[in-house]
Design a protein around this ligand. Sequence first.
Ligand SMILES: Cc1cc2nc3c(=O)[nH]c(=O)nc-3n(C[C@H](O)[C@H](O)[C@H](O)COP(=O)(O)OP(=O)(O)OC[C@H]3O[C@@H](n4cnc5c(N)ncnc54)[C@H](O)[C@@H]3O)c2cc1C
Length: 378
Amino acid sequence: MDFNFSAEQLAIRDTVRELVQDRVAPRAAEIDEKSEYPADLEKLFAENGILAIPFPEEYGGISGSSVTICMAVEEIAKACTSSSLILAVQALGSYPILLAGSEEQKKRLCPPLAEGRVAAYALSEPDSGSDAAAMRTSAKRYGDEYVLSGSKIFITHGSLADTLVVFARTDPDGGSRGTSAFVLEREESPWTVIKLEHKLGIRGSPTAMLAFDEVRVPARNRLGEEGQGFKLALGVLDRSRPGIGAQALGIAEGAFEYALNYAKERRQFGRPIAEFQGLQFMLADMATQIEAARHLVYLAATKVDSHAEDLTKMAAMAKLFASDMAMKVTTDAVQVLGGYGYIQHYPVERMMRDAKITQIYEGTNQIQRIVIARALLR
Ligand SMILES: Cc1cc2nc3c(=O)[nH]c(=O)nc-3n(C[C@H](O)[C@H](O)[C@H](O)COP(=O)(O)OP(=O)(O)OC[C@H]3O[C@@H](n4cnc5c(N)ncnc54)[C@H](O)[C@@H]3O)c2cc1C
């Protein structure tokens, strides 16, 4: 399959690749070790137009294509998963505006995001994760504003975002049709950060529990009609899941490349360990799995860009396959390095810890299978 990347997309990828080699890769181990959000890299990405990738030109961006987002996320994730979330979550938090925003909202809200205002996406709650429609955060209308009350959990960049899309219940008895989406601008609708989580991986990406204590939001910041929130939340995930697939792909590629080079250098029994067929078969399987995932991820991203009818199914397949692949490939990369793979000095244990989250967020892989089966049986 020829992905037919445009000259523009290839130029963006090359810019990202260069920045990653020069500025991101040397910081990756330290970011993980210190569990530190790389604010310097966020600034670097903003200055180099990387945060403008999710937006079309008419809204201040440079692309707006899912394929381009995937290319950039993949490149960054090869070196540092936490840093790849700076772009992936910028896209996740902006999709609701691009999908459901009025022309006025898109013109007002998108250009500052393209320039580097940080976006985040708040759907999950302590008691509603996979069953997102059971959310309890409420939004009550009083004149030309809404008052939001409740809490959200595990919100990537929720602690540092400037613009937060929050899904809340506008009709207590409406079930999935009783929810709506709101854009909160931190300056006019401030939320509270309750705590930051300590995590297995993606340690440089803050994950926050947030509280909304009667937060006032202007009615002009509601996205779409009342009652359309849950449908929008799912529509956004359909479009962002290929990006998680691309992230998983990048993590696996980073680990594979390291393991391959290591196998050529490391000598046991008087020869490089790469000469042992037991390891050759592992390396062959890893490379094959990566190639298969690459095709699925970019096929799904192409479906998003062409508004294909089966994009929900394909996005779920790409996220499911690529994340399971990344977990397997990174685990095998640790095995190729033997004891050294288990030691923090080498990057593959970090990549293995980072890979795990791709099987969980934006819908667990059990939920992806439900989405795929539902599409098959419809
Ligand atoms: C680091 C991190 C970052 C995150 N970032 C964000 C974010 O930015 N914004 C946001 O809104 N959310 C975010 N999340 C939340 C994430 O999307 C949820 O954790 C995820 O959807 C699962 O929900 P849960 O944790 O409540 O698990 P649960 O829904 O409680 O699931 C527990 C287990 O049950 C399984 N399960 C549940 N229902 C079914 C079913 N019907 N059939 C089969 N198995 C089922 C699940 O697959 C899982 O294995 C993040 C989470 C983490 C850990």
